[in-house]
Design a protein. Structure first.
Length: 85
């Protein structure tokens, strides 16, 4: 799922404004053990080669390379947005 720069900005503002939580690393989600076991089984049963990723890599190898600053901004934005879930 793609997120916009505006969504990232709002997520960062939300995290800065939260008086109850100054350190986001202190968050520890409670995960049901059976759900975790099912997720591990699903991940282990996934194919090792994903055709969609192979096609994407071939496209990149053919000359399309995204701007590194854009990639970095999107990665940082994703981390910020995911931290409020």
């Amino acid at each position: 799922m793609m997120i916009s720069d505006e969504q990232v900005r709002r997520a960062a503002e939300y995290l800065r404004a939260r008086p109850d939580q100054q350190d986001c690393s202190a968050l520890s989600p409670c995960v049901d053990e059976s759900l975790l076991a099912r997720a591990v089984r699903a991940a282990l049963s996934a194919p090792e080669i994903r055709i969609d990723r192979v096609r994407q890599a071939a496209y990149v190898a053919d000359g399309y390379l995204p701007d590194p600053d854009t990639v970095a901004a999107k990665l940082i934005g994703r981390v910020i947005s995911d931290s409020i879930r």
